[in-house]
Every structure is written in C-alpha cells, then in structure tokens.
Design a protein around this ligand. Structure first.
Ligand SMILES: NC(=O)c1ccc[n+]([C@@H]2O[C@H](COP(=O)([O-])OP(=O)(O)OC[C@H]3O[C@@H](n4cnc5c(N)ncnc54)[C@H](OP(=O)(O)O)[C@@H]3O)[C@@H](O)[C@H]2O)c1
Length: 265
C-alpha cells in the first residue's frame, strides 16, 4: 500500500470510466485532491461530488476532447485558474480504432495518435517542470500489454502503446534524479468500456476469465509501481509471462504471429 497522499493533487485523464475512474477512486481514498478530465462532463461531476463527500478531498473537473490540439492549453489554463498544483499525472485516456488503416478516415487515425501520443507527451511537458522544481512528481502513462505484443495487422494501437512505453522510460531516466518518477502501466485485458467502444466485445467475451483483470487491480498495481519508482508495470502473472515471452521471440516469428493475432487490446 503506498504512503498517504494527503495534500497532493492528481490530474487523471479519462476519469469518466474504467481504469481512469478506478485511479480517481484510489487516489481520493489516499487523501489526494483530484482533477478529473474527459469529454463526458456529467459523469465527471457525479464522480467528483461522490469523492468529495466520501473522502473530504477537493475534486474538480475539466470536460475536454483530448484529440483537439488546444486541449492541453485549456487544461493548463483551468488548473491555473483553480490554483491546482499537479503532483501526480495519470495519462490514462485512450481507445483503439478497430478499422483497417486504409478504411479509416484520417481524422480517426489522427485522433487516436493525438489522444494517446501528442496529448500524453504535451501534458508531461507542461506539468513536469513544476514537479521538478518542487522535487516531487509521479507520472503514470497507460501503455498496454500490446506494447510488448507482435504488431497486429493494420493497427496503429500497438505502435502507439510501444511509443508510450518507450518515452515513459526515457522521461523517467531524465526526471528521476529530481524526484519525479514515471511509470508505463501495461495492462492486459481489463474490464471497462474499452472493448464496447472498440466494438470487439463479442470477440473478447470469448476469452477465459484468467486473462482478465478488474480496473481497480490494474490501477492499484500502477500506483504501487510509480510510488516505488518502477518505470514499467505489467500487472498480473499471466500478463507478465506474455510480455516476457513475447520479447524473446525472433522477429520473423513475431511477424507471423502478429498476422494471425487480430484480437488486440
Ligand atoms: N481495457 C483494456 O483491456 C486495456 C488494456 C490495456 C490498456 N488499456 C488502456 O487503458 C486506458 C484506459 O482504458 P479503459 O480500459 O479504462 O477504457 P474506457 O473504459 O473506454 O475509458 C476510456 C476513457 O478515456 C476517455 N477518452 C477517450 N477518448 C477521449 C477523448 N478524445 N478526449 C477525452 N477523453 C477521452 C473516456 O472518456 P470520455 O468518453 O468521457 O471522453 C474514458 O474516460 C487506455 O489508454 C487504454 O488504451 C486498456
């Protein structure tokens, strides 16, 4: 169990559902104030009210579409107006498009990259300097087991999550000496709205129970890892085994496996 976070403030993107909501609950229960970001404002407000009443913390919301290039500027301006000093950043918002590369509109592909790469990187770039100056910061970036998996046909998602894993380690190396720890959290199949949004629920429902984790377990593993200064966290023994063995495969075999494995998270 991580130390108490009373008096700290956490910005959580994608807090209106799934793993992000679990992070908000976990951090508020540890005494942290929370700044909740996503598009569905009514969900964020309901969660903020509940967390304030239950834990006596401060909970603020910012409804914004993170695929817009102005999104980070708006979040920073809102945080400044509300006088929120961000100590903990959870870059969690995300989704996976399910169409093939050429059958997708450019706007869809671009949004996927912006939400999970551009916005993630810019949020770190905007909030990390103050963390460094204060000598304390915790940053969790949601990558995925997909970052270790063979590339899936026509999917940007595996490449995007490999990027998140890679930059998390790079930024951790730069910032750790200044008290700012960065962790790439790499879950496997996790119960949330993710596969409903992707439209793969029917397919993923056929997976055995041991392949799945709940969002709270995933969030708790990520929080423990960042507090302990571990740059990569793959939650659960099954996922750890898959990530490890996938890295041992020769490139040709990874390519062949990737071609047949269309089920992604
Ligand atoms: N579930 C899994 O199996 C799994 C496995 C590995 C990694 N992950 C990663 O975990 C993270 C969280 O996913 P989840 O499973 O919790 O999915 P989820 O239940 O679908 O939640 C996704 C969250 O992201 C937000 N979001 C999506 N697009 C957004 C946009 N354009 N602007 C602002 N917010 C946006 C959604 O909020 P609004 O719709 O309200 O905007 C929602 O709060 C993602 O990065 C995902 O890639 C998930």
């Amino acid at each position: 169990m991580p130390a108490s976070l009373a008096g700290r403030t956490a910005l959580i993107t994608g807090a209106s559902a799934g793993i992000g909501e679990a992070f908000a609950r976990l951090l508020a229960a540890q005494g942290a104030n929370v700044f909740l970001v996503a598009r569905r404002e009514e969900r964020l407000r309901a969660l903020a009210d509940e967390l304030e009443q239950e834990h006596g913390i401060r909970a603020e919301v910012c409804a914004v579409d993170l695929s817009r290039t102005e999104a980070v500027r708006e979040i920073v301006a809102t945080a400044e107006r509300m006088r929120l000093d961000i100590d903990i950043l959870v870059n969690n918002a995300g989704f996976a498009a399910s169409k093939n590369f050429l059958s997708s509109e450019w706007a869809e592909l671009s949004a996927e990259m912006q939400v999970m790469m551009g916005t993630v990187t810019e949020l770190i770039h905007r909030f990390a300097p103050a963390m460094k100056a204060r000598g304390y910061g915790r940053i969790i970036n949601l990558a995925s087991l997909a970052a270790f998996a063979p590339t899936a046909p026509s999917m940007l998602y595996t490449g995007i999550k490999a990027f998140v894993l890679n930059i998390s380690e790079a930024i951790d190396m730069e910032l750790k000496p200044h008290g700012v720890y960065v962790t790439a959290l790499c879950p496997g199949f996790t119960w949330s709205e993710f596969h409903d949004v992707q439209g793969t629920r029917e397919l993923t429902d056929r997976l055995p129970n041991f392949m799945w984790q709940d969002a709270e377990t995933v969030a708790r593993a990520g929080l423990d890892a960042v507090m302990a200064g571990r740059p990569v966290c793959v939650p659960g023994a099954v996922n750890k085994t898959l990530a490890f063995t996938s890295r041992l495969l020769p490139e040709r075999m990874r390519y062949q496996l990737g071609k047949v494995g269309k089920m992604v998270e």
